[in-house]
Design a protein around this ligand. Structure first.
Ligand code: ADP
Ligand code: MG
Length: 658
């Protein structure tokens, strides 16, 4: 009602940024590029776009990029609420596999990856009047691509010299770069000494405690620390930083069961998980006021470090861990990025502690020693230096930019670029002279890694697109279809036997999905859940894969691909398609029973969790390698050797072009 709208407007007016907004907007209007450095929670991300909109001086759509999809969707929801309009009308969002915008959308929160994707059809980003690159300090690969491209776009749209150019340009572009850490100078230098504006927050002192010895099990340490706070300390919500979803779910269930054992007159615990793939409806729970007589406990990944500010937090528990994207086989080009649990940086540790002092003095409990803090790196290496460049390189080619010549904040290393070029050449996305092929353009149209998109396109030729889309959707889901249930391993493998296919894991996954589709046709929600429980398969993975499949089908329609064709029970068309995209993920049997990569040096074994029973198949194709005591291939199917030798040139020759 009216009072709620009023309340929101009062909240807006009280944010630290409110006093300085007019000055900020004046600066943005006066320069092509403005760098804004601000303390987290001051109101940059929610208020600046609204102010640019409300002042009426900036035609076109205002884009606000975010490295993470949860941030994009939840900020869009908040800002459309503040505007008093339904989400997807004036204010909307666009993330991979999900978009809510309309013809009247003027403020659009989107992932940096989506903006790169939009450049493929609109290289000058003409529909946008302002591009706000938020969370630039995170230096994701896509943020770096956006920054490098914007430099080129600014020159084209605003003219060579900004002063003269501005008078002539009919559709000038404004760029605002926002960062939460003290690296503003680097952004300013990159954009020809663009002005840097500082936004002060309201930071109260935070007392920081370290452990005296290092902790072996950080989830267990977090559990104990939480209950010490909960039992002994005055009211105030608790924010726990954990590396990823699995740890969050495991801590959530331990806290739940311990909380049940507390005396019945004690304060209750309201648990709020927060991580990337959390469904939209559950995300908003962290913002609902803490119920009377309970303490809220937020279990978050580093999403809560700077991108999302949760009110009411007085205590922070920092495990000192995060998940970081790494490309393990970067120099050979094969393989996809893996998320590894690593130590955080000093800069992250300070941000995490800061979250405790937003509304009053707070406390931060670090589950690591002071020596460990001293040993942390100052800040992390930009992603362009450590992740796969294959898909980025292809996207840039489609926009008409060259990864090799574009001006980057930090240049990618030549060897990684070479590896990416080679992979794209193997896929026939680039020709012998490194030029983009027609196939390459088709591959780039899919919101998938190029290798996976190549599989999808090969499935058209082999008449099995419906089946391949299902498999690719499961491969793209963030949750595993077969979770490790060490407690009931025998029961699980018994229950899963009926899905098992002799060719291995891909077809086994497809059998599960087909069976689930049938269950969906006949059963209620509860019935589906029971079915998944009984069969030890992860329903969340299937639901997520279902959503992804819907999106891939839409892209197929747009590309005039018949998405309904199935190969029935004949597995070889599917396996042939898989090999086409995953040639660098194929291996040949050695006399000693191990496998050697067909296009690489590694000796690998089949992962013990694989459904492939025939461990001596002449050739295999796999999803990924796991590096433990051995190198294991995971997600494995047996294939005919001839599927691989159909591409003799690829298997025997060296690097592309170079
Ligand atoms: P900054 O970008 O400077 O870190 P934000 O604009 O993200 O700051 O946040 C400003 C304020 O808006 C914070 O107090 C935050 O708690 C609040 N806020 C952001 N999103 C939501 C939401 N979905 N629900 C309620 N409050 C929110
Ligand atoms: Mg922000």
């Amino acid at each position: 009602g009216v009072s709620k709208a009023q309340h929101l407007q009062e909240q807006r007016a009280q944010l630290p940024i409110a006093q300085g907004l007019e000055a900020l907007v004046r600066e943005i209007a006066a320069h092509d590029v403005t760098i804004i450095l601000g303390e987290t929670g001051s109101g940059k991300t929610t208020q600046i776009p609204q102010y640019l909109l409300e002042c009426g001086a900036f035609p076109g759509v205002i884009a606000v990029t975010q490295p993470r999809r949860v941030a994009a969707t939840s900020l869009a929801a908040r800002v459309s609420q503040e505007q008093g309009r339904p989400l997807g009308t004036l204010v909307g969002y666009a993330v991979r596999f999900d978009e809510r915008t309309g013809a009247e959308t003027r403020v659009k929160y989107l992932t940096d990856g989506m903006l790169v994707r939009e450049m493929m059809s609109d290289p000058m980003l003409e529909r946008y009047g302002v591009i706000v690159v938020d969370e630039a300090h995170e230096r994701t690969l896509r943020t770096d691509l956006v920054l490098a491209s914007l430099k080129k776009i600014l020159r084209a749209r605003n003219g060579e010299e900004s002063g003269k150019g501005k008078a002539r340009a009919h559709n000038p572009l404004k760029v605002v770069v926002m960062s939460a850490t003290l690296d503003a100078e680097k952004f300013s230098k990159f954009f020809d000494n663009a002005p840097v504006l500082y936004v002060k927050g309201r930071q109260h002192p935070v007392s920081i405690y370290h452990t005296s010895t290092s902790q072996v099990d950080y989830v267990d340490a977090a559990l104990r620390t939480f209950f010490q706070i909960h039992v002994d300390q005055p009211p105030g919500d608790v924010l726990i930083f954990l590396p990823g979803q699995e740890d969050i779910e495991s801590l959530e269930s331990s806290i739940k069961s311990y909380a049940n054992q507390l005396p019945s007159n004690s304060v209750g615990v309201t648990l709020c998980p927060l991580y990337a793939s959390l469904p939209n409806a559950q995300q908003s729970r962290v913002f609902t006021p803490t119920p009377e007589g309970t303490r809220k406990c937020i279990l978050a990944t580093n999403i809560a470090e700077t991108s999302i500010t949760i009110p009411g937090v007085k205590y922070v528990i920092d495990t000192g861990k995060q998940k970081e994207k790494r490309h393990l086989a970067r120099m050979t080009g094969s393989g996809f990025d893996t998320l590894l649990t690593t130590d955080i940086t000093k800069s992250s540790a300070m941000q995490r502690a800061g979250r405790a002092g937003r509304e009053g003095p707070g406390f931060c409990f670090r589950l690591y020693t002071e020596e460990a803090f001293d040993a942390m790196a100052l800040s992390s290496e930009p992603e362009v230096r450590r992740s796969s460049l294959t898909s980025a390189l292809l996207q840039l080619r489609c926009i008409g930019h060259d990864l090799e010549t574009l001006d980057f904040m930090d240049n990618p290393d030549a060897e990684a670029v070479g590896a990416a070029l080679r992979t794209l050449w193997i896929l026939d996305a680039l020709d012998e002279t490194k030029r983009l092929t027609k196939l390459g353009r088709s591959i780039a149209a899919f919101p998938l890694e190029p290798q996976l998109a190549a599989i999808l396109l090969a499935s058209v030729e082999h008449h099995c697109t419906a089946d391949v889309i299902s498999i690719l959707s499961l491969m793209s889901a963030s949750a595993p279809l077969f979770p490790d249930s060490s407690a009931q391993r025998d029961a699980a493998s018994e229950a899963r036997t009926k899905f098992r296919h002799p060719s291995g894991d891909h077809w086994t996954m497809l059998n599960v999905f087909r069976a689930y589709d049938e269950v969906c046709g006949s059963e209620s929600k509860g019935g589906r859940r029971d079915w998944c429980k009984r069969n030890f398969v992860n329903e969340r993975a299937l639901r997520e894969a279902g959503d992804i499949r819907t999106q891939l089908r839409i892209v197929c329609d747009r590309a005039n691909i018949n998405k309904e064709i199935s190969c029935g029970q004949d597995e070889s068309p599917v396996l042939k398609s898989l090999v086409r995209g995953l040639l660098q993920h194929t291996a040949l049997l050695q006399p000693d029973g191990t496998y050697k990569q067909a296009m690489g040096p590694s000796i690998i074994k089949i992962h013990p969790g694989s459904f492939l029973t025939e461990k001596r198949s002449p050739a295999i194709v796999y999803n990924e390698l796991v590096y433990t005591t051995h190198i294991y291939a995971r997600g494995v199917s047996a294939v005919s050797k001839s599927f691989i030798s159909d591409f003799p040139k690829r298997v025997t020759s060296g690097r592309a072009g170079s």
